[in-house]
Design a protein around this ligand. Structure first.
Ligand code: HEC
Ligand code: HEC
Length: 229
């Protein structure tokens, strides 16, 4: 019965590997009502804009096209105050969006279907540069096991898609996570702690150049979300 000797250990480690694995990760099995999602998104569009593309200076993240489960988890964390976001806090409360998980499911299903920014902000080093290649090696060794070889993330495990996100936003989040101001998956926090600031800049630079599949992108920079005219 040898395998069972390791079972307790496996059970202890598993939750750490499988996403943030806390009570906030609730699997989305409810059927989304996209019309209600669109209606609720008007609350968000005042900051995130109708397209959900964020700002290239990194003040606002791109949320269009992100995995539903990731969006849901982040909204739950911001709602509870675990992820500190005072500007957004009042807009994600039940009083604003409606009671229960259904409105959140409607909302995140709408956002995840929005086409993404066709020219998000990238880092300073292109693929012929040594900094890019160092970032690639570090990313594939330290981050790809969760965020995916292509930066695609994982909906089921609530792991964010990193490709397509604005470089300055990612740099800021990594800084917040390293300093302990934003609490995430403890395995990831430990890995970030092993890399110095220069290495992280190279990793994030590499991530920012990972291509987003064409069918996820808006056709042009002039594309406008006509749900909000
Ligand atoms: C008052 C402005 C404002 C409003 C309104 C607002 N947000 Fe945000 N949101 C922000 C800012 C600023 C951030 C980035 C916070 C940070 O830097 O950690 C953010 C972050 C997020 C994130 C995290 C993205 C990530 O990948 O880290 C999600 C998801 C999000 N917003 C969704 C929404 C939704 C859905 C709504 C509507 C219910 C909404 N926001 C309304 C300002 C706003
Ligand atoms: C053990 C799995 C795991 C590993 C390894 C990991 N991450 Fe993460 N990462 C996550 C999860 C889960 C989140 C969701 C954040 C949360 O819990 O709020 C996340 C969030 C992030 C975010 C915030 C994204 C956003 O939209 O707000 C960034 C940036 C990030 N990771 C970068 C990295 C980098 C760079 C590495 C490698 C040096 C790495 N991660 C390694 C699991 C991991």
């Amino acid at each position: 019965m040898k395998p069972f000797r390791f079972l307790p250990l496996a059970l202890a480690v598993l939750p750490l590997l499988a996403s943030a694995a806390d009570p906030m990760t609730i699997k989305l099995t409810l059927e989304p009502d996209l019309r209600n999602g669109q209606r609720l998104y008007a609350i968000c569009a005042s900051c995130h804009l109708p397209e959900g593309w964020g700002s290239t200076d990194g003040a606002y993240p791109q949320i269009a096209g992100q995995h539903r489960q990731v969006l849901f988890d982040q909204l739950m964390r911001i709602r509870s105050g675990e992820r500190d976001n005072p500007a957004m806090y009042p807009f994600v409360q039940e009083r604003t969006l409606g009671k229960g998980y259904q409105p959140l499911v409607d909302l995140v299903s709408y956002i995840s279907r929005l086409p993404m920014h066709p020219r998000h902000q990238k880092g300073p080093w292109r693929d012929h540069r040594e900094e890019y290649r160092e970032g690639e090696t570090l990313y594939q060794a330290n981050c790809a096991q969760c965020h995916g070889k292509l930066g695609e993330g994982n909906n089921e495990a609530a792991i964010p898609m990193l490709r397509g996100q604005h470089y300055p936003y990612l740099i800021r989040q990594v800084g917040l996570i390293r300093s302990g101001l934003r609490k995430v998956n403890p395995v990831m926090t430990a890995i970030l702690g092993r890399l110095d600031e220069e290495q992280l800049k190279k990793v994030i630079n590499y991530v920012s150049w990972l291509p987003v599949p064409k069918d996820k992108l808006a056709p042009s920079l002039d594309w406008r979300n006509t749900d909000f005219n």
